[in-house]
Ligand binder design. Sequence first.
Ligand code: UDP
Ligand code: GLC
Ligand code: MN
Length: 337
Amino acid sequence: MADHAFVTLATNDSYARGAMVLGKSLRNNNTSKKLVALIGPQVSEPCQSVLKRIFDEVKVVDVLDSGDTAHLAMMKRPDLGVTFTKLHCWTLTRYSKCVFMDADTMVLSNIDELFDREELSAAPDPGWPDCFNSGVFVFRPSVETYGKLLEYSTEHGSFDGGDQGVLNGFFSDWATADISKHLPFIYNLSSISIYTYLPAFKQYGGNAKVVHFLGKTKPWSYTFDPKAKQISGSVQEATTHPSFLLDWWTLYASAVVPMLQQQYGDQPFHSGCVEFQHSDMVTSENVQGESSASHPQELQTRLSSEERKEQWEQGQADYMGMDSFDNIKRKLDTFLK
Ligand code: UDP
Ligand code: GLC
Ligand code: MN
């Protein structure tokens, strides 16, 4: 259907990588719908080019930010003010009906049947099931609705500082009015629910059609060794089922990375898109500003590069120390410079 589309959003390169995996997962499951990516102007040229290869339409939109630090702080997600940008999806009026999907979702089977549903259909939020989760929802683009949504957010703000608060305020009868607008949870299986209700996941998880990597730690926050097919990262905070995470990374490594490599040419494409090999381990030698002489006590316990490489290969990175997120970020920053 030419006037039906799946829509996602990415305001930066990290979420753009998520959008690439989502787009590929929809294509691999033979969707007959159009694919649209809304992006912020900050998304780099190479990432925009890859998105254009996967999506039918890539549209640059103004980034809207709620600026509501107080409510965002309550969710411990100061980064989510920009999710107001999602509201732009109502302006896609060349489509009669759309399904919005967060860039941190991935499709596990064909979900074109969602287009049989009406605005506003969505699955319950795992944290407060009388609210819908705005990571997956069916809507009808309309300039009129868009205007009303902006008006609503100006007048009432958002109770969570992000789009989900506004949308639940605006479509406030979702919980009670029409059960056909309640999507089954399998269309938006929040990865955190796997741990909060494991027996239900064991019973029903096999039917999942969409996995949503909801929360602070995203698939791209981890690292992956494509040869060993192993994921490492801040495992102590792992909130995601390892097999979904592995599916995400397998698709990213096999289908997205080759396209990114083409776009980045000779430049290390790590600059925009994280892909760790062992040779890219964060070491005292290659992290700028991390001189061993500046931490004399640590010298005794510090392992040689060879020993550290061995530990990495055994999946025992020093997440709290040398291989901490901050050090990894510093290394990425050196690529960016
Ligand atoms: N998003 C974005 N840039 C950001 C933050 C969020 O483009 O800096 C978009 C992206 O599509 C993302 C969605 O807004 O999937 C909602 O944010 P997120 O998925 O991080 O929220 P969560 O589902 O974890 O609550
Ligand atoms: C949620 C949703 C996400 C939304 C965010 C902010 O947890 O999963 O899609 O952007 O809240 O409202
Ligand atoms: Mn999300």
